[in-house]
Every structure is written in C-alpha cells, then in structure tokens.
Design a binder for this molecule. Structure first.
Ligand SMILES: Cc1ncc(C[n+]2csc(CCOP(=O)(O)OP(=O)(O)O)c2C)c(N)n1
Length: 321
C-alpha cells in the first residue's frame, strides 16, 4: 500500500470518530431524533472491509451505519444532514440514522430491522450472478442478528445457489444489552456457517485495520474465483452504549476501559509511525483537517432546509417506469 492510501484510511477512521462524537452532542441538544447507534470503537472493521473492495462490490449493513457510509464515500456533510433529517442528507432526510444509502456508491444501507438485510444481500448477489457481474455482495451484521430467522434463510440460500456473498459478522460481543453467550447457542459465531457448508473463519483482532483489510481481501479473492459464499467473523468492541441513553448495566466500566486501550485509531497511528510510513506531523495534519471538515459539516447540516411538508412521502418507494 502506498503512503497516500494509508493516510486516506487513517483520515476515514478519524472522520468517523469525529462525526459521531459531534452527532452525540447534537443528539444531547435534541437536534437528532429517534435512535442513534454509534460505531465508535469499531472503525477498523468497516474501514478495513471497504478498503478491500472493488467498486463493483456491494456493501450492505445494519443500523450502525454512519461509519460504513463514510467509508463508502458519503461525505460528512451528507451524513450529518441526514442525522438532522435535512433535505441535503444522503437519504434526503427521510431515512435518518438507520437508513443511509447511496446507490451511486454501491452502498445499499442502513437497515433497522435486525437481520432483515441478509436475504436482501442474497437477492442482490443472485442478481449479480445472473447478469454475470464480477461484484461480490459484502453483508455486515451484528452477533445478535445471527439468532434471527432471516440470518438462516439468507445464509442458507447463498450456499444453495453458490452466491457471491461475503457474510461478515461484526462480533462486538453484545446485542442491545445481551452478551453473546446469553443469547447464542454457539459462542464462536462463525461456526454457524458450518451448518450450511460455507467455509468460515474468525479474525480475533478486529481492532487492527490492516489485519481486517488483509483477511477481507483474501475472502473476496476466494469468492471472486467462483467458490460461492464465505463467512467471516470479526471480533471487535463498541465503546459506547447500544444507542444513546443506554445505562450499560450489562457490562463493567472496567471491561470498557480495558478495551479502550485497544483503540483502533491509536493502533493504526502507532503502526504508521513505528513502520515509518507516516510521521506524527502527517497524522496531526490529517486530524486538524478532519476537525475543520466536521465543523463545516455540522454548520452545513444545521443550516440546511427541512424537507417541505408536501414532499413528505416522496422517495419512500422507488418510482416505477
Ligand atoms: C427483528 C428485530 N428485533 C428486535 C429489534 C430491536 N433491536 C435493535 S438492535 C438489537 C440488537 C442487535 O444486536 P447485534 O445484531 O449484535 O448488533 P449491534 O447492535 O451489536 O451492532 C435489537 C434486539 C429490531 N430492531 N429488529
């Protein structure tokens, strides 16, 4: 990887963090309604995944989607405007936090119903297979989603039809407030793929963006060679509550503090400096630029218009020909 590519990945990770920190403030100020699920702590996962894709690879995820949106090329302005329900948001203010999507960026959302996007991923991959496209559908979901019926239907069909899908379970170790071992019969989530005859593995260090990228690149090559689906579990941790206002009674503060020592941004920063890929000054410059970009995005979002009342139902369904 060239230096400029490393710097771009670092920029994306810092941008996700800053945008979400500002989003949390805006939420506290009552400017964002509904739910707000932060991706803080998990940035290395989506950054590594999306950096390994080719443009033809579709990306689809659950409701913890702001970071993935940024990795897929959606601007901080469009993300923050969407969070504030503004006309200039990526989903024109109709989607909000959980429904960011951009067909141009091959980013298919942002889905609020746990597990519901897995059969959609199989459907998209079936379309690509039918048309002879070379893209792989990358479907990300949480550990909790693997206990849902949709999961089993989507994953099963992907093997029945040998679809080009990369299933990625982001195991951040909790559902809404339930630890994996309290909700899942199998703690090693990737073992569930065994029941469907799908090759699988687990990456223990999902806090290291380079390791995520390498593992995902390998899996994508395997699928693109015509081997059918692959299932990858990536271990990670969310530093914040499930959504805003979560009292987090289900975990100790000490556990969170321990994980915070493995901050993915800190790990990548150290790697870049230790390997002499970038200097501290290079990274400081990126952080300052991100600060400015985020501030400008907040101002843009706050000053953008709300959707007009008579357009409230526009863009809810696709227009037919
Ligand atoms: C079908 C359905 N059931 C319940 C919910 C409520 N709910 C929202 S998030 C969540 C937990 C999902 O956890 P996980 O899949 O591990 O994702 P994470 O929040 O950890 O990213 C639940 C139960 C929902 N949105 N959809």
């Amino acid at each position: 990887m060239k230096k400029k590519d490393h710097l771009e990945l670092y920029r994306q990770m810092v941008l996700i963090r800053r945008v979400e920190e500002r989003a949390a403030e805006l939420y506290q100020e009552g400017k964002i309604g509904g739910f707000l699920h932060l991706y803080i702590g998990q940035e290395a996962v989506s950054t590594g995944i999306v950096s390994a894709r080719i443009p033809e690879d579709r990306v689809i995820t659950a409701y913890r989607d702001h970071g993935v949106a940024i990795n897929c090329g959606i601007s901080a302005k469009q993300v923050l405007a969407e969070l504030l329900g503004k006309e200039t948001g990526i989903s024109k203010g109709r989607g909000g936090s959980m429904h960011m999507a951009s067909v141009e960026n091959n980013y298919w959302g942002g889905h609020a119903i746990v597990g519901a996007h897995l059969p959609i991923a199989s459907g998209m991959a079936l379309g690509d297979q039918y048309l002879g496209n070379k893209g792989v559908t990358i479907c990300m979901f949480g550990d909790g989603a693997t206990n849902i019926g949709f999961f089993h239907e989507g994953v099963n069909l992907s093997k029945v039809w040998n679809l080009p899908v990369l299933w990625i379970c982001e195991n951040n170790q909790y559902g809404m407030g339930t630890a994996v071992d309290r909700a899942s019969a199998v703690e090693e989530i990737h073992m569930k793929a065994e029941g469907y005859g799908i090759p699988h593995s687990r990456l223990d260090d999902g806090m290291d963006v380079m390791k995520v990228r390498a593992k995902v690149a390998e899996a994508l090559d395997f699928i693109r060679a015509g081997n059918g689906p692959y299932f990858l579990e990536i271990m990670t941790y969310r530093f914040e509550g499930h959504s805003m206002g979560d009292p987090q009674r289900y975990r100790d503060k000490e556990e969170v503090t321990q994980w915070e020592k493995t901050d993915p941004i800190g790990i990548y920063h150290r790697y870049l400096v230790d390997e002499k890929i970038a200097s501290k000054a290079d990274l400081d410059k990126i952080e300052a630029a991100v600060e400015t970009e985020t501030q400008e995005a907040v101002e843009f979002a706050e000053s953008s218009p709300d959707p007009a009342m008579d357009t409230l139902f526009d863009f809810v369904y696709a227009e037919g020909n």
